[in-house]
Design a binder for this molecule. Structure first.
Ligand SMILES: Cc1cc2nc3c(=O)[nH]c(=O)nc-3n(C[C@H](O)[C@H](O)[C@H](O)COP(=O)(O)O)c2cc1C
Length: 140
């Protein structure tokens, strides 16, 4: 059985909900999925994961300068993502994600080429489009 790990940062619960919905969908697709907040992450947890999904809430000046919050940045920068794993990013937001995904990708400590799918949500609900993104992510 393939294994996925979802690590998220959430202040008011929207990103947590989104992470859990992503996790439930992966489980439906027969992937053993672990979902946890950044503060519960411990070194080595990513080692045997086939899929790694990293999520954060959007922090910026509403329309410009979006970036992940410091706790997420710190987590991503100190964590080495195994080269064998596939990585996806997700974020929640209110108005626009703008530079969010570019800035998230910059923080991820991954050797080799790093081109990843991303998903975004305003309310933390998984959309039909997200399901297609996940299906492509786990099948390609
Ligand atoms: C300080 C701060 C800055 C924010 N900046 C943006 C922004 O630039 N663009 C945006 O669309 N939403 C922005 N938001 C909204 C949050 O990203 C959004 O409410 C998110 O879903 C919260 O996630 P959480 O419930 O997991 O904490 C901001 C929220 C806060 C508190």
């Amino acid at each position: 059985m393939k294994k996925a790990i979802i690590i998220y940062q959430s202040k008011t619960g929207t990103t947590k909900k989104y992470a859990q919905e992503i996790g439930a969908y992966l489980q439906e697709r027969q992937i053993a999925t672990f979902c946890l907040p950044v503060e519960k992450y411990r070194e080595g947890m990513l080692q045997d994961a086939d899929y790694i999904l990293l999520g954060c809430w959007t922090k910026g000046l509403l329309v410009v300068f979006q970036k992940p919050d410091n706790d997420w940045r710190y987590f991503a920068q100190k964590t080495t993502v195994p080269q064998s794993a596939k990585v996806a990013l997700f974020a929640t937001y209110k108005i626009r994600t703008g530079s969010m995904f570019k800035n998230m990708a910059r923080c991820v400590n991954h050797t080799g080429s790093f081109s990843v799918p991303n998903m975004k949500s305003k309310d933390g609900k998984l959309s039909g489009k997200d399901k297609v993104t996940i299906d492509e992510f786990i099948h390609n």
